[in-house]
Design a protein around this ligand. Structure first.
Ligand SMILES: Cc1ncc(COP(=O)(O)O)c(C=O)c1O
Length: 451
């Protein structure tokens, strides 16, 4: 087939495609960027212009685009077989990846259940927790707790445990009730306190609720250390372990949604490691396949898994699955990505990058339009405000975040905002020089839009 000229592609896009999380009237009215190629930390448009990928193509790319090792693993697997089902059949990449993940994950997580998106990984964790208690003689433990502002994906279970009003409120009639704990959003503290003088009052409050609800809570779900889509809310030290301890005291399962914070983003392989937190269930996605293919996994402990073992007529089976569960090509990409983590000592390479990023960001803090700069590892949220003193935001109609990322794009950097929070989340393969460019361009874009 002849390569499509850009105009034909954009015609087809604007006539037929419905983009996710996108106001489509505005999309159709504006010029759009057509990305046709990736190489390392850069993306290329149809005219051959390069862009530094400042958000890892929505938080997925780990070792860079078009990586020869992952490419080869995918090609090898396609030459064997592109897809076989895990319903009733075994498959080498799925089995070997499960073993590798169990070896890497926090202690106790020994079982791997695959799916194909972060949201389905979360859905599975919720259903596993619910069925676990039903089959452990405590059917009254059937409710869930989560954090305000949380984001766990867009399927209805994941939306139920999510707490982002803008995305989730419209669907409220379709959702189940969830107990909400205050998020540790220090810049806009829900308790009006200041860290560290607050002595983590929000965590104490959450822990109290969990202990009081020991009889009816099946599980708590939390994004460890950084609430990504909420605007990169970075936890104050100690919050996560306090909440984890309360779950242990109340025997409430602890679900770590590591879809965004997994695979090195926070500087550790899995974010909970920072505070030595070992979950009962852990959800992985995004960077799992190196950011190449849709693959997610829900990891469970032996305790959870064993509640699903029994005779056929006891009906303890987990009746859940997806057509492409454990797709061999996606699993082969993930295995190659894990090999690269080891071969290139990726986690050990991160501290100088994280430090360099922190240094570059420190200059941004005093910028008049910047309310807060939050960083954990290579995850950054820059919260823009109209007034630093009152912390008042810009009118949503001004689309300040959107305008800032367009200004960055004109300077050769691709970003994606969360409202008026500018997110930086580069691939782990980014160099220190590229980190400087990323922050410099972000600063220039801010200056262009908000002076
Ligand atoms: C913490 C978290 N959980 C779940 C999801 C959903 O993942 P997916 O978009 O692959 O369904 C996301 C996506 O951003 C996420 O950040």
């Amino acid at each position: 087939m002849e390569p499509n000229p850009a105009a034909e592609v954009m015609g087809a896009d604007k006539a037929h495609l419905w983009h996710p999380f996108t106001p489509m009237r505005q999309w159709a009215a504006e010029d759009q960027l057509l990305i046709v190629r990736g190489e390392g930390n850069y993306l290329y448009d149809a005219r051959g212009r390069s862009y530094l990928d400042g958000v890892s193509s929505l938080w997925v790319t780990v070792h860079g685009h078009n990586h020869p090792v992952i490419n080869a693993a995918i090609k090898d697997q396609v030459d064997q077989v592109a897809h076989t089902t895990l319903l009733g059949l075994a498959s080498p990449p799925a089995a070997l990846l499960a073993k590798a993940l169990a070896g890497l994950a926090p202690a106790g997580l020994t079982r791997v259940f695959y799916s194909d998106a972060g949201a389905t990984g979360v859905e599975i964790a919720l259903k596993m927790a619910f069925q676990f208690w039903a089959q452990s003689g405590r059917p009254g433990k059937k409710n869930f707790a989560g954090l305000r502002h949380a984001y766990h994906g867009d399927t209805l279970g994941a939306v139920s445990v999510g707490g982002m009003d803008l995305f989730h409120e419209k669907f409220r009639p379709l959702l189940f009730e969830v107990t909400r704990l205050s998020a540790p959003y220090c810049y806009r503290c829900p308790l009006g306190l200041t860290y560290p003088d607050c002595s983590l009052a929000c965590a104490e409050q959450g822990a109290k609720i969990i202990r009081q609800r020991a009889d009816d809570l099946a599980a708590l779900i939390i994004e460890p250390m950084v609430m990504g889509a909420a605007g990169m809310i970075a936890f104050p030290d100690g919050y996560l372990s306090l909440i984890r301890q309360a779950c242990m005291d109340a025997d409430v399962l602890f679900i770590a949604d590591c879809v965004a914070v997994g695979f090195g983003r926070t500087g550790r392989m899995f974010a909970g490691e920072i505070e030595g937190v070992e979950p009962d269930l852990m959800c992985l996605g995004k960077g799992l396949s190196g950011g190449y293919l849709p693959l997610a996994a829900t990891l469970a402990t032996d305790r959870v898994f064993e509640a699903f073992l029994g005779e056929i007529d006891q009906e303890k089976t987990f009746f859940h699955g997806h057509t492409f569960t454990g797709n061999p090509v996606a699993c082969a990409a993930a295995l190659a990505s894990l090999d690269l983590f080891e071969r290139d000592q990726v986690i050990d390479s991160l501290p100088p990058k994280i430090e360099r990023l922190a240094k570059a960001l420190s200059l941004l803090r005093d910028h008049p339009g910047v309310g807060d700069v939050r960083q954990r590892g290579l995850m950054v949220g820059i919260e823009l405000v109209a007034d630093q003193k009152t912390k008042a935001g810009f009118p949503p109609g001004d689309r300040i975040g959107h305008r800032v990322i367009l200004a960055a794009r004109r300077r050769g950097v691709i970003l994606r905002p969360l409202g008026d929070v500018i997110v930086l989340m580069p691939p782990l393969s980014i160099t220190v020089e590229e980190l400087d460019t990323l922050v410099k361009v972000t600063t220039e874009a801010l200056e262009e839009v908000i002076g």
